[in-house]
Design a protein around this ligand. Structure first.
Ligand code: C2E
Ligand code: MG
Ligand code: MG
Ligand code: MG
Length: 290
């Protein structure tokens, strides 16, 4: 009993210490200068065509190795960067770095993939945003069709009129827009027709239980059917098992993303992964771990 309680206390204490050490203010302080100090980098996660197993897109995910705090996950520092407004500078860095990386893949097995980057509400509200996007594409000799922007439902509800205008401009430019974490937000279904969206990414929370929960299974089925009827592409996030992949493919989900296909990896590993897949036998879901 006592031992158990003691361990519990220790755990709580450790959690509290972590919370203090990496608490908003500390993170905020450490974020300043982190771009200049080269503490950020991108990792890339494959997104495959559910039918063919071919890697058609990659999602760029931001990583921060802070000299003060060590590795800090994006779920911790993105909200802080959003609060301080630093997300504009950070998001611009991500855009530029992802486009630079894409540009360097021109002669490689990755030349035909589309790159997807996460964009926060603040960036979309920045009057410079569309210009920044088109400049990053031009500077790196990319076609707008090679870029996709991932937004969350939150973005759509915050300043709907402006967002609608910005999405129309992006669409005119030829850049695709996907709705990330679909099903977890607060937007109404009418947003799906109101905004210019190309893709819905079904949140991992629903995909996770698809094999064992009738409810999740029906929900994902309904989302896919709705996506089809609205002419949207569907990506399932967080696909971790062969069983999930098979069910999703049968349901008509177009793309799969998750640890079952690949973890997010550095560029050189992604290149190796792409090379392997090009020459791979029909087996589409070969596992790939880091
Ligand atoms: P997200 O955009 O929904 O990205 C997917 C997250 O799920 C990533 O976490 C990825 O590593 C993780 N994931 C992928 N497959 C699986 C799986 O099979 N199982 C599990 N358990 N997880 C999986 P990550 O990299 O920690 O990023 C978390 C969130 O941080 C992202 O969620 C996104 O909202 C945000 N984020 C990441 N990079 C950026 C960025 O450059 N800009 C902005 N604004 N947000 C970013
Ligand atoms: Mg995303
Ligand atoms: Mg997501
Ligand atoms: Mg997420």
């Amino acid at each position: 009993e006592a031992k158990k309680a003691g361990r519990g206390e220790l755990l709580i204490f450790n959690d509290a210490m972590t919370a203090v050490a990496k608490d908003g203010l500390v993170i905020d302080g450490a974020l300043r200068g982190a771009i200049a100090a080269n503490e950020f980098y991108l990792v890339y996660q494959a997104i495959t065509n559910a039918n063919t197993g071919k890697m058609t897109k990659v999602e760029a995910l931001l990583r921060w190795n802070s000299s003060l705090l060590g590795p800090v996950p994006p779920d911790r520092f993105i909200p802080v960067a959003e609060d301080s407004g630093m997300i504009i500078e950070l998001g611009t860095w991500v855009l530029e770095e992802a486009c630079r990386q894409m540009g360097s893949w021109k002669q490689s097995a990755l030349r035909e993939v589309t790159i997807s980057i996460n964009v926060s509400a603040w960036q979309l509200a920045d009057p410079q945003f569309v210009t920044l996007v088109s400049q990053a594409l031009m500077r790196n000799g990319l076609s707008p069709h090679q870029l996709e922007l991932e937004l969350t439902e939150r973005v759509l509800i915050e300043d709907a009129a402006n967002v609608q205008a910005v999405l129309a401009q992006l669409r005119a430019l030829g850049v695709s827009v996907s709705l990330d974490d679909f099903g977890t937000g607060y937007s109404s279904l009418s947003y799906l027709t109101q905004f210019h969206l190309n893709t819905l990414k079904i949140d991992r929370a629903f995909v996770m239980d698809i094999e064992h929960s009738e409810r999740s299974n029906s929900l994902v089925h309904a989302i896919i059917a709705m996506g089809h009827s609205l002419g949207l592409q569907l990506v399932a996030e967080g696909v971790e098992t062969a069983g999930q992949a098979e069910i999703l493919e049968k349901m008509g989900c177009h793309y799969l993303q998750g640890y079952h296909i690949s973890r997010p990896v550095p560029p050189d590993e992604l290149l190796r992964f792409a090379g392997n897949r090009v020459s791979a036998a029909p087996q589409p879901y070969s596992n790939f771990a880091i």
